[in-house]
Design a protein. Structure first.
Length: 389
């Protein structure tokens, strides 16, 4: 049975999330291999359907986009190199690098297909290796420009070393695939990069332990052991009633330095299974006209499902208080690899990306235990009985 591209992405996301949770590198490799095969089959079917009408409109309707001159030159050079007898040396001799426009499109695709990455402060750092993150909460002051004030404002900027966390995206390419042309190769590369990056990046942003990966929302910002930061103590949440939610919001409303701030752009991030078994029943009520509504929250917040959240727990915090940056390595060249092979006539290439991420302060996100979350009260009152007066 032929799968849609959405079904292929969902299948890959589920397999990768499970493999990442188990820290199983072999399962991660296998999941990427299956995803590559499924995607190649899907695009090959699209190519067959487009034969005889490969104009811009037809290609765009089947998921391809018009390439810039620089993108066309890159893919044509790449195809020539990959078809050569000495692939490794041929790739080295390719002077052009992956155009920034391709990476920019990948980042746009990630944000569209992964709501969490759209919500946070997600930055394309391009080829930079260091990035200064500004925490603007409470840094403006009135008065004379003194050393104390200068130090206070300067402390609001923290340096994030992007090279501490490297994300390698492997791209398996069947040699027969090279005959399809630059537009279809571009689509395949973007599809693989988008999903491979997004799943791994989301896992790091939500629950990364900080060792060679981002520091996740669930983690403390101090007390690392051998580079691994522990999870925050979980705060119990038994209902979404104001008394149950208010203490958590009060924590977020104060910075770690004791300054008050408004709570805005609030996220509630939860594992998909827990969403349907715990959260959905807790936020669903029946209106007076008999309809069900699942937005019974006393404070505005966006519920986001993420497989990266441990089962039985959730994360509550302000989206704009998490920063993540990702960019290509200097030069941005695609590299040849003999390390992985799943099929005959298949070569594997990779592109390395440097990135990192962290919450801007320890109170921006609260790790909550929802194992005892109670469903909403759906009591029914009869008002038209015979003794009603």
């Amino acid at each position: 049975m032929k799968l849609t591209i959405e079904e292929i992405r969902g299948k890959f996301s589920a397999a990768m999330s499970d493999a990442i949770a188990k820290d199983d590198s072999a399962a991660i490799t296998a999941a990427l291999g299956v995803f590559a095969e499924d995607t190649q089959t899907y695009i090959m079917d699209a190519v067959s359907a487009a034969r005889g009408g490969d104009d811009i409109a037809v290609l765009a309707g089947r998921g391809s986009h018009t390439l810039t001159k620089k993108e066309s030159e890159y893919y044509n050079d790449l195809i020539g190199a990959l078809k050569s007898g000495d692939v490794k040396n041929a790739l080295t001799s390719v002077n052009t690098v992956l155009p920034e426009t391709v990476i920019e499109q990948v980042f746009l695709d990630i944000a569209v297909s992964h709501p969490l990455l759209e919500k946070i402060s997600f930055t394309n750092t391009k080829a930079l290796v260091k990035w200064f993150v500004s925490d603007t909460t409470g840094t403006a002051v009135w008065g004379l420009l003194t050393d104390t004030i200068t130090a206070e404002v300067g402390a609001a900027f923290s340096e994030v070393d992007l090279t501490l966390a490297k994300l390698s995206a492997f791209i398996p390419v069947n040699n027969a695939y090279l005959d399809l042309g630059p537009e279809w190769l571009d689509r395949y590369v973007r599809e693989i990069l988008t999903e491979a990056i997004a799943v791994q990046l989301e896992a790091g942003i939500v629950d990364g332990d900080g060792k060679n990966k981002p520091l996740g929302m669930t983690r403390q910002l101090t007390n690392a052991t051998d580079g691994v930061y522990p999870r925050k103590p979980a705060v119990g949440l038994t209902s979404f009633d104001p008394p149950g939610l208010a203490p958590i919001l009060a924590t977020i409303a104060v910075t770690t330095s004791g300054k008050a701030r408004a709570v805005t752009d609030l996220l509630f991030i939860v594992n998909p299974a827990d969403y349907y078994t715990k959260v959905y029943p807790a936020i669903t009520i029946r209106t007076a006209d008999g309809r069900f509504t699942s937005d019974a929250l006393p404070f505005p917040m966006t519920v986001v499902q993420s497989a990266a959240v441990p089962a039985g727990f959730a994360v509550i915090g302000m989206a704009n208080r998490y920063w993540a940056g990702l960019g290509t390595q200097s030069g941005g060249k695609l590299e040849y690899s003999d390390e992985y092979k799943w099929l005959e006539d298949l070569r594997v290439y990779r592109i390395k990306l440097y990135g990192n991420g962290r919450a801007l302060d320890a109170n921006s996100f609260v790790y909550v235990d929802i194992s005892n979350l109670a469903p909403a009260d759906l009591s029914v009152f009869v008002t038209n009985s015979a003794d009603f007066t």
